[in-house]
Design a protein around this ligand. Structure first.
Ligand SMILES: Nc1ncnc2c1ncn2[C@@H]1O[C@H](COP(=O)(O)OP(=O)(O)OP(=O)(O)O)[C@@H](O)[C@H]1O
Ligand SMILES: [Mg+2]
Length: 426
């Protein structure tokens, strides 16, 4: 097969969007920057026998990867970690989440201390996880709960669920004691990822309740929690109940974007790692200035910037044939992607929505609040929030900051490319 990346001397795409993990194709050595943030996470863990930290920020900024990096450092300091995070699932209730946590801790301990495999709580945990997942249809999603008819009024735990809760809880405590007793390990790190998923199928209230139901678990000595998600949802879930808020918040400030220099560092680390043959010269697929300009367009959204660079290279693949390969320029990348992103936008949004979006970009380029938009458009607050909500869900608008307590929004890189508003960053 014609392989684009090998033209550049690379084994595969340097613009992959996966998180880093040992044993995966993308090792944690590719991590750059964020020294202050990772130091702070480690200090927190070291300061007490149980800790809870919230890593939050806008989509694609590098939250999950920071947690992965921190786990790597903690692992070197004799903590037990599991590389795969616990992916929180939409609508998940306390029993299902607790079983997922038990499964994660079990697997982490099994990997780090195989000798403990035959101990009673480890065997019992395997039994419980298996039977829970079989009866609840697998995938860790509970259908035992009040499920589809869930009402925010009535909330009761069925006896079968109460049993699961109690038993899973007991096993967790015993496994943590086994692993951390006699100074075996310093602690077990539990990484809950994308907790915003909890809110996507129903109310924030249900999601908050799930956390309240297992609140005491977060205080168990030997367990260190890294809870990761997008800012609004995460702070909403953890902030709703005082008993949860008081143990989680305040935590870290929202994760700030990597600097442009770090972004270049990230790319060059990937180029070096993915070199096809040792000592072979590579050609960087995009000019450094182009990479920085694309990154600027995406305001810290690493995933968005990487995706755009990747798509740019892929669409221009055939075009440099015959010519010697050379790095792509910013204007070339945008000229190729603009029609693609525009077509997607036309399929996604009505003409009115696109007009609204263009207005936001042209008149409020630096950011705008819903209050400003209500004034400018002379419509109801409900209408503004509908428009903003839709543009945000489709990935054309995102929150870029706060003005007092009001959220400030601006177009995403995808939105600006689709509208052809990309000159300012060039
Ligand atoms: N500090 C870093 N060093 C090197 N690569 C990074 C760093 N931070 C993030 N990345 C890379 O950027 C991409 C996006 O990062 P990540 O998935 O961690 O973002 P996120 O904030 O968790 O996104 P989402 O909101 O979608 O969950 C990944 O490919 C990741 O490998
Ligand atoms: Mg993530």
């Amino acid at each position: 097969m014609y392989d684009l990346w090998s033209l550049f001397g690379l084994r595969e795409s340097p613009f992959f969007q996966d998180t880093l993990a040992p044993g995966s194709p993308y090792p944690t050595e590719l991590f750059v920057g964020r020294k202050a943030e990772s130091d702070r996470i480690l200090r927190h863990v070291a300061s007490s026998p149980s800790s809870r930290q919230v890593l939050h920020g806008p989509p694609g900024i590098g939250k999950t990867t920071l947690a992965q990096h921190a786990k790597g450092l903690l692992w070197e300091e004799n903590h037990i970690v599991r590389w795969r995070s616990i992916a929180v699932v939409a609508g998940q209730r306390a029993p299902a989440l607790l079983v997922d946590i038990l499964a994660s801790v079990h697997e982490a301990v099994l990997t780090a201390r195989p000798a403990l495999s035959k101990e009673e709580p480890m065997e019992a945990a395997r039994g419980l996880i298996r039977s829970f997942r079989q009866t609840s249809g697998g995938g860790g999603i509970s259908v035992l709960g009040s499920g589809a008819q869930a009402s925010t009024q009535t909330h009761y735990v069925r006896p079968v669920e109460a049993g699961v809760l109690q038993e899973a809880w007991r096993l967790l405590l015993e496994i943590v004691n086994l692993a951390c007793g006699k100074r075996e390990a310093d602690g077990v790190v539990v990484h809950l990822n994308n907790i915003e998923n909890l809110t996507s199928s129903d109310s924030m209230e249900e999601a908050a309740r799930t956390f309240r139901d297992i609140r005491d678990l977060f205080l168990v000595p030997g367990l260190h929690w890294l809870v990761v998600g997008t800012s609004d949802e995460t702070l909403g879930i953890l902030g709703s109940y005082p008993q949860v808020r008081s143990i989680f918040l305040p935590s870290h400030p929202p994760l700030a974007p990597l600097s442009a220099d770090d972004f270049l560092g990230l790319l060059h680390a990937r180029y070096a790692f993915l070199v096809e043959k040792k000592n072979r010269e590579i050609v960087v697929p995009v000019e450094d200035e182009a990479a920085v300009a694309v990154y600027t367009l995406f305001r810290g959204d690493l995933r968005g910037a990487l995706r755009t660079l990747e798509q740019g290279c892929l669409s221009l693949a055939g075009l440099t044939e015959g010519e010697p390969v050379r790095p792509l320029r910013y204007d070339e990348i945008l000229a190729t992607l603009r029609p693609v992103y525009e077509a997607e936008m036309l399929a996604d949004l009505s003409a009115t929505m696109i007009e609204r979006m263009r207005e936001i970009a042209e008149t409020h380029g630096d950011g705008v609040t819903q209050g400003d938009l209500k004034e400018a458009w002379d419509v109801t607050p409900q209408r503004v929030s509908q428009v903003v909500g839709q543009l945000e869900r489709r990935g054309y608008l995102s929150q870029v900051g706060l003005d007092g307590r009001a959220k400030v929004y601006a177009l995403t890189g995808t939105g600006r490319i689709a509208l052809g508003l990309t000159r300012s960053a060039g």
